[in-house]
Design a protein. Structure first.
Length: 105
């Protein structure tokens, strides 16, 4: 019979904490390290300066945020970029195309 049952969360077992790939943690870690370095060296007397200092951690945290139907925002942005920059040529080779050719001749 060869009936196989694959669990719905089989990919999550390959991820760290069931959400993150190693590259996701690396990106988020670099954002947090950059924020910590900026906190040590920059003055924090203005709200806009503090938002600028915290922006690397906030941006990278947003990029690794999980999204339904995609892995995370970073993966979604990569897929959209790839779709918009690659050349697309769709060739129709269905049964309707053969009928159209016979009708036109």
């Amino acid at each position: 019979m060869n009936n196989y049952l694959i669990p719905a969360n089989s990919k999550k077992s390959q991820l760290i904490l069931s959400f993150f790939r190693p590259i996701d943690l690396l990106v988020f870690g670099l954002g947090c390290v950059t924020t910590m370095i900026l906190l040590f060296f920059a003055g924090n007397n203005n709200i806009w300066v503090m938002l600028g200092i915290l922006s690397p951690a906030l941006i990278t945290g947003f990029l690794v945020l999980p999204v339904p139907n995609y892995h995370n925002i970073m993966n979604l942005i990569f897929i959209i970029y790839k779709y918009l920059t690659t050349r697309r040529k769709y060739i129709w080779k269905g049964w309707c195309a053969s009928y159209e050719e016979k009708e036109n001749k």
